[in-house]
Design a protein around this ligand. Structure first.
Ligand code: GTP
Ligand code: MG
Length: 310
């Protein structure tokens, strides 16, 4: 394993989502994987944050770590895993595994700082590459990969407990609005890139986080709530589009190729929004629940999802 692979470009995975959803906590968990012990006792005089999660302040800037996911033929090394991919708790160096390296890029969720994350996506447009911020190397000795990286996947982290307030709470609107912007950016990226050299599509995982909290919505409800809210946003933002375009002859909408269609998320003119519509643009959207802290399904499914797409 010590032989260094002469790679030129590491793939990257982007962490986006509203402030407080747990992006930095998740990055920290994956980064410290082999050391992470979820069974640390939490006491009332200590803050609610378990020891492994270092930084939980609101992020001001993007940060990047280099990680490695084991390939399917090394799970026999025995860490209790058994899945298709080694757990992020596996010390890949110790196991001697053949690992696929990638960059995980954390972005700030504050609305005023989001432009940065969306710029990552937009700049990924033509080439499919992004330029991550400074890489802090964790599981490898190589720090050379600063420049270009192929964007392979996007994790949109949401706070499933905050979403439980439903349409009355601020979290649903905020999360859905940000997700709408992200999906529309990805969709446009594909259209613009059109022709024979369309950029490779970027799959999206909506990570419904904080399922350790009993108030949290289960993943299927997170999905339906977000879909409904995105549908409302789409309707509101397109009011002008549909009204002016097709008012006269009763045709709801033609098969648009123009500006209207470019501003419409998903299947043009459809009534209710569903994530499946994004498949028209080759964008896969999955919703999987989990948690970074506390007791629950954990983060392994998210890790495996990444592993399958790197
Ligand atoms: P920004 O940097 O502002 O965009 O937020 P962020 O998405 O990076 O959130 P961060 O990781 O800082 O987590 C916000 C708060 O949620 C912290 O107090 C975390 O400890 C907490 N948190 C993160 N994941 C979980 C979880 O799975 N369960 C619980 N109960 N709390 C969590
Ligand atoms: Mg953060």
């Amino acid at each position: 394993y010590s032989a260094t692979t002469p790679y030129t470009t590491l793939p990257s995975v982007l962490l986006v989502g509203p402030s407080g959803a747990g992006k930095t906590a998740l990055l920290t968990l994956f980064e410290r994987g082999p050391l992470y012990r979820p069974d640390q006792p939490s006491s009332p005089d200590k803050p609610s944050v378990a020891a492994p999660v270092a930084q939980t302040r609101t992020s001001q800037a993007s940060s990047t770590v280099e990680l490695a996911v084991g390939t399917s033929n090394n799970t026999t090394a025995g860490n209790g895993g058994g899945g298709a991919h080694s757990s992020f708790r596996t010390d890949l160096d110790a196991v001697g595994a053949t690992a696929k390296k990638f960059l995980l890029v954390d972005t700030p969720g504050h609305p005023k700082l989001r432009a940065h994350a969306l710029a990552h996506l937009a700049s990924a447009s033509a080439s499919g590459t992004i330029r991550p911020a400074s890489v802090s190397v964790t599981k490898s000795s190589s720090a050379t990969e600063q420049n270009k990286s192929k964007l392979k996947a996007l994790l949109f982290v949401v706070d499933a407990a905050a979403l439980a307030e439903g349409a009355d709470g601020p979290a649903l609107a905020a999360s859905a609005e940000y997700l709408y912007d992200v999906l529309l950016t990805l969709q446009r990226r594909l259209r613009r890139g059109g022709g024979s050299r369309a950029p490779p599509s970027v799959p999206v995982l909506v990570a419904a986080n904080k399922l350790d909290l009993f108030t949290a919505l289960p993943a299927p409800l997170v999905k339906s709530q977000l879909e409904a809210e995105i549908g409302r946003i789409r309707k509101a933002r397109s009011k002008g589009l549909l009204d002016s375009g097709a008012a006269d002859d009763g045709d709801v909408v033609g098969p648009g190729g123009g500006e209207e269609a470019d501003s419409w998320l998903g299947s043009y003119g459809s009534d209710k929004f569903s994530f499946k519509e994004m498949l028209e643009f080759d964008i896969e959207v999955d919703v999987i629940g989990g948690n970074v802290l506390g007791e629950g399904p954990g983060a392994d499914k998210w890790w495996n999802w990444i592993g399958e797409r790197i």
